[in-house]
Design a binder for this molecule. Sequence first.
Ligand code: SF4
Ligand code: SF4
Length: 181
Amino acid sequence: MGQAKRRKEAGERVSWCRTCTYCCTLPRIVALDKPMYRPCRHIANQGCGLFGQPERPAACVAYNCAYLSARMANAPERGAIPHPLDAGAYFHRDPVEKAYVLFVDPDRPGAWKRSAVVDHLRARMAEGFALVVLDRGRRMVVSSPSLFEEILKRDYVAFADAEGRPLDEPSFAEWRAQARP
Ligand code: SF4
Ligand code: SF4
């Protein structure tokens, strides 16, 4: 949903979003009747095929992940938030709750734990923010800094899978069933 896709439509090289389409693939988008993990049907050439058209949902027009927001605002933390493609995840601050929401690329589930995303989120949790992690069909509410450190050490998704717990996001089963190169 990134605004930098505007540049692609204008025939320019995408600078900030690059080839990322995480926010058009990983979340549920009610206005498009799109479940989690299914790529939006309007993705075109790694950009938005509806860009500039009235059918483009307002939620898409308004959305920027934390990485893109920091760059567009030239915010002080812009150098501290890695590009989602480098981190294997993207996140944003929930506009209503005092929480951050992290979407993890299911093809690279451990990458964000080795990235600068950790330091950034750790600092936000120290400020009193909670964190919601959406990872491989699981939704985890991380309510304290100590729980965050536990999440970093252990693969709770693998643990839940091994225990046979039902997915929190059933649409992940469709993603898992797909053959990938
Ligand atoms: S409509 Fe465009 S911006 Fe919105 S999810 Fe689909 S491809 Fe992304
Ligand atoms: S997750 Fe961020 S970088 Fe990736 S397409 Fe969306 S706004 Fe752009």
